[in-house]
Design a protein around this ligand. Structure first.
Ligand code: FES
Length: 346
C-alpha cells in the first residue's frame, strides 16, 4: 500500500493527507483547501509553493517552469510534487481571495451527445451519475480509458447544470484523446470517467463595467458557460462576445449566441473570420475588438484560446487602457504526443 504523509499548508487550518503518488495540489483540492493553479500539467507555474520542511519528489516538473535555482531554493510545483516525508509548505501568493470553491472529485457519467458542430470539432455532453458543483469557466479532466492519461477540457455548461457537462473538442492530429478516442471509438451511451472542477478562470462576482469575452476556436466553451451564468445571475451590465475562426466552417453555436444577442439588449455577439470574406467581421479577432472600442477603461475581459491569440488580445486590451488585473485568460495548449496510446486507448 502507498505511504501517506501529512502536509501542512501555512495559513490553512487543516493538515492534508497526501499519498506518495499524489500531488499536493490534488490532495488540497479534494480536501477543498484552495491552492492557486491553472494548468495542472506543470506548464504554467501558477501553483508554486515553498517547502519549509521535509523531502519531496519533483517528478516530471519541467525545468522551463521550475528552474534548478528555484528547486534549490525550496520551490516546488504543487501540481507535480509528491511528498517523501511529512511536509510544511507555504503558498507564494494569497490563497483566500473570497471566491467560493468546490472540491475536486472523481466522476463517472454516460455520453448522451456526441455531435460534429464545426470543422473537426465535436460537442460532447456527459450526463454525470452525481452532481458536480463548479464555477462558470472551469475545466475538467477526461480520463482516457485503459491508460493513466487525462486531458483537459473547459465546461461550456453553466454552473446551474450540475449533472450535464458540455465540452467542445477540437481534433488534434495524432492526439491521444481526440484522434485516438473521441473522434474514433467514443459513442453515445459509452461510460466515461473524469475529474473536476479545476482551474481559476471563472466569473463569479458581479462586475462594475462591461465584460469583453474573446474566444478562439473551442476557446468559446468556457465563455459560453460564463455568458449563461452572467445572464442568469445578472452579473454584468454589458457582455461583448467575440468568436474567432479561420473560415465559416470553424464557427459553431452561432444561432445560440445570435438568439441571446436578439433577446438581451446587453448581449452583443460578433463572430470574426480571419481567412474568408463573408457578410460578417473579418480579420484577426483582436483587431475587431480594437476597432470596436476606442477605450476599454473600466471594462474586464475573459480570453480563451491558443496562446498567440491570448497574447495578442492582452496586448490589444492594455493598449485600449484595460487594467491588467481585470484581464483573465486561459490558454489552450496541445498535450505532447504519447507514442503507444493508440493501443492503450482503444
Ligand atoms: S504548473 Fe500550472 S498548475 Fe502547476
Amino acid at each position: 500500500m502507498a505511504d501517506k504523509y501529512t502536509v501542512r499548508v501555512t495559513g490553512q487550518d487543516v493538515d492534508l493527507t497526501v499519498g506518495e503518488d499524489q500531488s499536493v495540489l490534488d490532495a488540497a483540492l479534494r480536501a477543498n483547501q484552495w491552492l492557486p493553479h491553472s494548468c495542472t500539467q506543470g506548464t504554467c507555474g501558477t501553483c508554486k509553493l515553498k517547502v519549509l520542511c521535509g523531502e519531496v519528489d519533483h517528478r516530471d516538473s519541467p525545468e522551463y517552469t521550475l528552474t534548478t535555482e528555484e528547486r534549490d531554493s525550496g520551490l516546488v510545483l504543487a501540481c507535480r510534487v509528491t511528498p517523501r516525508s511529512d511536509l510544511v509548505v507555504e503558498p507564494m501568493g494569497a490563497v483566500d481571495d473570497g471566491v467560493p470553491r468546490h472540491p475536486l472529485r472523481d466522476h463517472e457519467g454516460t455520453v448522451v451527445v456526441l455531435d460534429d458542430i464545426a470543422a473537426a470539432t465535436r460537442r460532447l455532453v456527459v450526463e454525470l451519475d452525481e452532481e458536480m458543483q463548479l464555477n462558470a469557466g472551469q475545466y475538467a479532466e477526461l480520463l482516457l480509458p485503459g491508460t493513466t492519461l487525462a486531458r483537459q477540457y473547459s465546461m461550456a455548461n453553466p454552473p446551474s447544470e450540475t449533472r450535464r457537462l458540455e465540452f467542445h473538442i477540437k481534433l488534434i492530429e495524432g492526439g491521444a484523446a481526440t484522434e485516438g478516442w473521441i473522434f474514433r471509438s467514443l459513442s453515445v451511451g459509452d461510460r466515461i470517467s473524469l475529474r473536476g472542477p479545476l482551474g481559476q478562470f471563472h466569473l463569479v462576482d458581479k462586475t462594475d463595467g462591461p465584460v469583453i469575452l474573446i474566444g478562439g476556436g473551442t476557446g468559446l466553451a468556457p465563455l459560453k458557460s460564463i455568458v449563461q451564468h452572467a445572464l442568469a445571475e445578472d452579473l454584468a451590465p454589458e457582455l461583448y462576445v467575440y468568436h474567432g475562426g479561420r473560415r465559416e466552417v470553424d464557427l459553431y453555436d452561432v444561432e445560440f449566441f445570435r438568439e441571446l444577442d436578439a433577446r438581451h439588449d446587453h448581449v452583443h455577439y460578433r463572430p470574426v473570420l480571419s481567412e474568408q470574406d463573408w457578410d460578417g467581421a473579418t480579420g484577426m479577432v483582436t483587431d475587431a475588438v480594437v476597432a470596436d472600442f476606442a477605450s476599454c477603461k473600466g471594462m474586464s475581459a475573459f480570453l480563451c484560446g491558443p496562446p498567440a491569440m491570448v497574447a495578442a488580445a492582452v496586448k490589444a486590451l492594455k493598449r485600449r487602457r484595460m487594467a491588467p488585473k481585470l484581464i483573465f485568460k486561459e490558454e489552450f495548449t496541445v498535450a505532447p504526443p504519447v507514442p503507444d496510446v493508440d493501443a492503450a486507448a482503444s
